[in-house]
Ligand binder design. Structure first.
Ligand SMILES: NC(=O)c1ccc[n+]([C@@H]2O[C@H](COP(=O)([O-])OP(=O)(O)OC[C@H]3O[C@@H](n4cnc5c(N)ncnc54)[C@H](OP(=O)(O)O)[C@@H]3O)[C@@H](O)[C@H]2O)c1
Length: 310
């Protein structure tokens, strides 16, 4: 297949693109900055190019001769010139329109568990609005075949290069193990990036996945505090969690939301007021047995032993 992967340079995207290339597909990856896609340069069947994916004409060109399009573009917090509406909702609508024009047969879209028009955070509401735009009927009946849409709603994703366990490990190092934690009892079912990528590869190969939505969860439901403790244990770091009461956690969100890079925000706090656990087993429907955290975390978090002298 010829597949265009928007967001192919990111954490999940890189894993997906590598798998697609190794499976013999030809993959096109637009990015805003080629240095972000460094790891994909070595793959012969991957075409990297700088492109503005928000420009409808450019999207149509990117999708030309593609059998499938995957949209992984997402942000956790808005930045200057990149609102949730623009990056999640409007882009999804543009992807759909360009896919119709280019005659693309499949559109795979990564949303998030908890996406709902009534969700407490703007992040989750914009993800729900994006899903609605993907499912909306075309405005005109111009004889283009309608692409089949498949939506994935993962819980929080872990794996080499994630911004979950790596961030907690970094914070624990910085604070010598003392971590004030918002929503420490929020529940997640962390899923490995390898399983998320595999779900998409399988869906591409299965006609029956057209029109489906898959919730993707790992095998264990864990609180945020349990995820931090496991991270600390594997990375061999000291760990003392100080659970923050909600009013303080809101203040933390407000204060950190104005720091460069917005490490945490009020909107992130609001997302955490919902548990991120599955109501259905999308992994099983795709024939995937998701890995537990403990099977993967040591591969990238465990401190390396010094190499033995020769
Ligand atoms: N990671 C998780 O735990 C998790 C959980 C649930 C859902 N998701 C969803 O899964 C998808 C992939 O997540 P990820 O963790 O792989 O994200 P990521 O590592 O932050 O990658 C995001 C990708 O989106 C592109 N992007 C970001 N802002 C953009 C903008 N304004 N315009 C155009 N492109 C932009 C980036 O491309 P360039 O910088 O190369 O241009 C990058 O390739 C996202 O939709 C995310 O919401 C992730």
């Amino acid at each position: 297949m010829n597949v265009c992967v928007l967001g192919g340079s990111g954490f999940v995207g890189t894993e997906l693109v590598i798998r697609l290339a190794l499976a013999g597909h030809w993959v096109r990856v637009p990015t805003r900055n080629l240095t972000r896609a460094e790891r994909l340069r070595v793959l012969d069947t991957v075409e990297l190019l700088v492109a503005n994916v928000h420009e409808p004409r450019i999207l149509s060109q990117l999708f030309s001769a593609c059998d499938a399009v995957v949209n992984l573009v997402g942000i956790l917090n808005p930045r200057r010139g990149a609102s949730f509406d623009a990056v999640h909702t409007e882009l999804a609508a543009k992807v759909m329109a360009a896919a119709r024009t280019a005659g693309v047969r499949r559109v795979l879209h990564v949303s998030a568990l908890g996406a709902d028009p009534r969700a407490p955070s703007r992040y989750l509401r914009s993800k729900a609005a994006a899903e609605a735009r993907l499912r909306a009927a075309p405005r005109s009946e111009l004889s283009h075949a309608e692409p089949a849409v498949t939506i994935f709603r993962p819980s929080v994703i872990f794996g080499p290069g994630d911004s979950l366990t790596n961030r907690f490990a970094g914070l624990l190092r910085l604070t010598l193990g003392c971590l004030p934690l918002a929503r420490a009892r929020a529940r997640f079912a962390p899923i490995c990036v390898f399983d998320v990528a595999e779900a998409m590869v399988r869906a591409l190969g299965e006609r029956a996945s057209a029109g489906q939505t898959y919730e993707l969860c790992g095998p264990q439901v864990m609180t945020l505090a349990e995820i931090v403790r496991l991270t600390a244990r594997v990375a061999r770091l000291p760990c003392r969690i100080v659970p923050l009461p909600d009013p303080l956690a809101r203040l933390q969100g407000l204060a950190m939301g104005i720091l460069p890079g917005k490490p945490f925000s009020l909107d992130n706090f609001r997302s955490l007021t919902l548990d991120s656990v599955c109501r259905e087993d999308g992994c099983r429907r795709l024939g995937i047995t998701p890995r537990p955290m403990l099977a993967v975390l040591p591969t990238y978090l465990e401190p390396r032993r010094p190499a033995a002298f020769a």
